[in-house]
Design a protein around this ligand. Structure first.
Ligand SMILES: C[S@@+](CC[C@H](N)C(=O)[O-])C[C@H]1O[C@@H](n2cnc3c(N)ncnc32)[C@H](O)[C@@H]1O
Length: 211
């Protein structure tokens, strides 16, 4: 059972980067992506659900340009402050809220999303949009939780999927039009679960290619 009450990422934004586990997870995912995909200085990249840019900023030096998309103004404010402070002129952000009918636009050689898809109720239409904005020969990279039984988040507000079954998610990739679908164990997060017991939650990276 999911709780459809909206989670306020705006309120969490200012302290988002204070949890070392989040920084480590972003590092592990960037490492996993760079093992699976050859990143090149010609690539245009979208990070969907970019948050405060933890992955976006790490990937920026390896690609031509990278756009972070999010529907939390608070997260984007934090991210934009980092972009300005560090003078990251190949990084930009776009506010977009699919819940109010916004659609993804542009053309990207790599579309990625970390720990965001479990917050999206209907994922098939989102993956169709991902396919639409991916350039021929380009890649989709999704990193998210394996099935977690609803135990990962302290509060399941806005969590529509208690992790993903990789076989089912492969089907969503395929039905959206991606092929060469692969999945790997990308990271593990040790944290107290909903009952306060320390547990190991695994995070996969699934990649697909648009032909
Ligand atoms: C768990 S956070 C992950 C943030 C970032 N990817 C990271 O690894 O630190 C999920 C992010 O997805 C964003 N998000 C949730 N639903 C969204 C939607 N419908 N459209 C765009 N972004 C969304 C949230 O605002 C939040 O920044």
């Amino acid at each position: 059972m999911t709780n459809t009450k909206k989670r306020s990422f705006d309120e969490e934004a200012a302290s988002w980067d204070e949890k070392p586990g989040r920084i480590q997870l972003a590092k592990d995912i960037v490492h996993a992506i760079s093992k699976e995909i050859v990143l090149t200085p010609e690539m245009d990249v979208m990070d969907f659900g970019c948050g405060t840019g933890l992955l976006t900023i790490q990937l920026a030096p390896f690609v031509r340009a990278i756009t972070g998309v999010d529907n939390s103004r608070g997260m984007l404010d934090v991210f934009n402050a980092k972009i300005a402070e560090r003078k990251l002129d190949t990084v930009n952000t776009v506010f977009m809220d699919l819940d109010r009918g916004d659609t993804l636009t542009g053309r990207y050689d790599l579309v990625l999303s970390n720990m965001t898809v479990h917050h999206i109720k209907e994922i098939a239409p989102l993956f169709e949009q991902f396919h639409q904005i991916t350039a021929p020969g380009g890649y989709l990279c999704i990193s998210d939780l394996d099935l977690d039984d609803g135990r990962f988040h302290d509060d399941n507000s806005g969590v529509f999927h208690f992790g993903f079954d990789r076989i089912n998610l492969r089907r969503v990739f395929a039905e959206a039009g991606f092929d060469d679908i692969r999945d790997t164990d990308a990271a593990a997060v040790m944290k107290p679960d909903v009952d306060g017991e320390i547990r190991r939650f695994t995070v996969f990276l699934m990649t697909g290619r648009k032909r």
